[in-house]
Write a protein that binds this ligand. Structure first.
Ligand code: PLP
Length: 385
């Protein structure tokens, strides 16, 4: 038989999934590797999907999403993110993941360069490679609190550069970029005529500071990605949305047809219920993550492994370089010997190698026990060296 597509072969697998799949084969593992809220989807949201399906709302919908949902989303972004959005600028997607792929498909040709953070959530690189575009990594330094600096990015920009990816609050670092940083990065994009893909799926998970979208400064060149997964504990429902200027938006609507046809109709009704129902679930979950963040920071200080405090999302990077192996090997050893699953920094880029990522979206007792075991393991390994 003829070989499969080279593009698919060239795309690396996710380094987080490798640990997830192994962890699933072992008993009694403390799971700190997945970025998934440990809260159930609020009951009124589940009920809305149930009702929609029961009443026969089970047919295809428009490829850009139900108008009723897109109206609500435009209103939500205008209110929460602070820039005016019309329904025509919104496409509903299968989670943030598929919104990103649709946005890349609208903007990128093979060979175009995309500036992506290092460390970054691994799916950007995978999706860029699927588009046969070229990822160019820009550094995020712990000394700068993992906040990007235009002067580190500018020298990497060539004639082929087309898109700059920003992710605040950030996965995997939990950094929240200050307003002046966002303004500086928008100015950089304007100087080099780059599109901005702003991944804002953690926009409502900020503990300190404020969430600032680059669309406040330049809505024309910003493609913003949002999702219900983290905000409403709806990871498995697979619903998100993309906000962009009308020209990009129309192109994405066209692309949605061959990619997904449309998002499941009852799921869109659940999303509407999430937006129109009580919003205290967001505050309650955020308060829990903040409380866990504080407890984890205190524990890391006690154990001597504190390096920084994340200000949003629900992740913290822990430096495990004392153990003397690369972070992938460290994560495999920790899982095997201590039954704690963490995401290796190698999954997020080159600069993440010293670190592992811990998800705070785990019950507090288990989270602290897992981190305690991790610190003991690093000390044990450091002694053996
Ligand atoms: N963007 C970031 C930074 C993420 O961490 C995730 C999920 O982990 C997503 C986008 C996609 O989320 P979903 O497809 O579940 O909406």
């Amino acid at each position: 038989m003829k070989p499969l597509a080279q593009t698919a072969a060239n795309m690396p697998g996710s380094g987080i999934r490798e640990i997830v799949h192994l962890a699933l084969t072992m008993p009694d593992v403390i799971r700190l590797e997945v970025g998934e809220p440990n809260f159930p989807t609020p009951a009124h949201i589940v009920e809305a999907a149930h009702e929609a399906a029961n009443s026969g709302f089970t047919k295809y919908g428009p490829s850009g999403g139900l108008s009723s949902l897109r109206e609500l989303l435009a209103e939500r972004v205008t209110r929460i993110n602070g820039y005016p959005v019309e329904m025509a600028q919104v496409n509903v997607s299968v989670g943030g993941v598929q919104g990103i792929l649709a946005a890349f498909s609208a903007v990128l040709d093979p060979g175009d360069e995309v500036l992506i953070p290092d460390p970054a959530w691994p799916n950007y690189e995978m999706a860029i490679l699927l588009r046969e575009a070229v990822p160019v990594h820009y550094p995020l330094y712990i000394e700068q609190g993992f906040v990007p600096r235009p002067e580190d990015i500018e020298p990497l920009i060539t004639e082929r550069a087309k898109l700059l990816i920003l992710n605040s609050p950030s996965n995997p670092t939990g950094a929240v970029f200050p307003r002046e940083t966002i303004a500086g990065l928008v100015a950089l994009a304007q100087r080099h005529d780059l599109y901005l893909l702003s991944d804002e799926v953690y926009d409502e998970l900020v503990f300190e500071g404020e969430h600032v979208s680059p669309a406040l400064y330049d809505p024309e060149r910003t493609i913003a990605i949002y999702a219900f997964s983290k905000t409403y504990a709806m990871t498995g429902w697979r619903v998100g949305y993309v906000v962009a200027n009308e020209t990009i938006s129309k192109t994405i609507t066209k692309i949605q047809e061959p990619m997904i046809s449309c998002v499941a109709s009852p799921v869109q009704k659940a999303a509407e219920a999430a937006l129109t129902g009580p919003q205290d679930c967001i505050r309650d979950m955020r308060d829990s993550y903040r409380e866990r963040r504080d407890a984890v920071v205190a524990l890391l200080k006690d154990e001597g492994y504190y390096v920084y405090t994340p200000r949003g999302a629900f992740y913290i990077m822990v430096d495990v370089s004392d153990a003397g192996v690369d972070s992938r090997q460290f994560a495999l050893n920790l899982l095997e010997q201590c039954r704690v699953a963490v995401a290796p920094g190698t999954a997020f880029g080159y600069l993440g190698d010293h670190f592992v990522r811990i998800s705070l979206a785990t019950e507090k007792g288990l989270l602290l026990e897992g981190i305690h075991r991790l610190c003991e393991f690093v000390k044990h390994e450091a002694k053996r060296r």
